[in-house]
Design a protein around this ligand. Structure first.
Ligand SMILES: Cc1cc2nc3c(=O)[nH]c(=O)nc-3n(C[C@H](O)[C@H](O)[C@H](O)COP(=O)(O)O)c2cc1C
Length: 197
């Protein structure tokens, strides 16, 4: 995969190139990903920040060709199944809902989802640094995926992430081919204001 800045991702202000350069393609080549590479992707997850360093993220992964890959894949929405079957590795990303407080009671971890979002982004940026692409999917059957990965009680599934080497748009079915391009962004004024909403 080219590590160049993709067209249509011109930032309005100076920013580290890794941010606009990351995007979510759907086409993946036949290249497999080794277990060593998977550990590097997960190492990036480990180092994500979290409230009180609780590290609530929990991931299940499987590589293409493994039984676990087929079960995670079967829980995806049909529109995602079409392209995600070619991913080299799928990660089901979940988080633990609670933390143990000083009195030893299990209490809700209000920031578990927020923290796990940071962890997925770490994985995505690490993937790109390794010449790979990552694409998150919220389109999945919650119960089916929970059963597929043996989700323990007290955990929430957030997304499935497909990782692989980016392939050519031509390899995709026609409807997806047209969508295989980096997206733009809302103007700055719509997402942040100085001082007060
Ligand atoms: C939590 C989450 C869920 C998403 N769900 C899907 C999905 O089910 N299918 C899909 O094709 N893309 C999905 N995406 C990808 C987004 O559409 C994509 O990130 C967004 O359009 C911005 O494009 P970019 O990642 O290329 O910058 C998801 C992304 C996130 C972060």
């Amino acid at each position: 995969m080219s590590l160049d800045q993709p067209a249509g991702r011109q930032p309005d202000h100076p920013v580290a190139p890794q941010f606009p350069a990351r995007w979510s393609p759907r086409s993946f080549t036949d290249r497999t990903v080794t277990e060593v590479e998977v550990m590097s992707l997960l190492e990036a997850v480990r180092w994500a920040p979290s409230a009180s360093n609780h590290q609530p993220w929990r991931l299940v992964w499987a590589r293409r060709g493994e039984d676990g890959f087929a079960t995670i894949h079967s829980a995806l929405a049909s529109g995602n199944q079409v392209w995600a079957r070619q991913a080299a590795v799928l990660f089901a990303v979940a988080s633990k809902d609670t933390v143990t407080n000083r009195e030893g009671a299990e209490v809700a971890n209000r920031t578990a989802g927020f923290d796990t979002g940071a962890a997925w982004m770490s994985l995505a940026l690490q993937a790109r640094a390794m010449g790979l692409a990552a694409h998150a999917m919220g389109g999945f059957d919650k119960d089916k995926l929970a059963a597929a990965v043996g989700l323990p009680d007290g955990h929430t599934l957030h997304c499935v992430v497909a990782v692989g080497e980016q392939g050519s748009a031509e390899a995709l079915p026609e409807d997806l081919r047209a969508r295989e391009k980096p997206s733009g962004r809302k103007p700055m004024a719509e997402i942040a204001v100085h001082g007060r909403f």
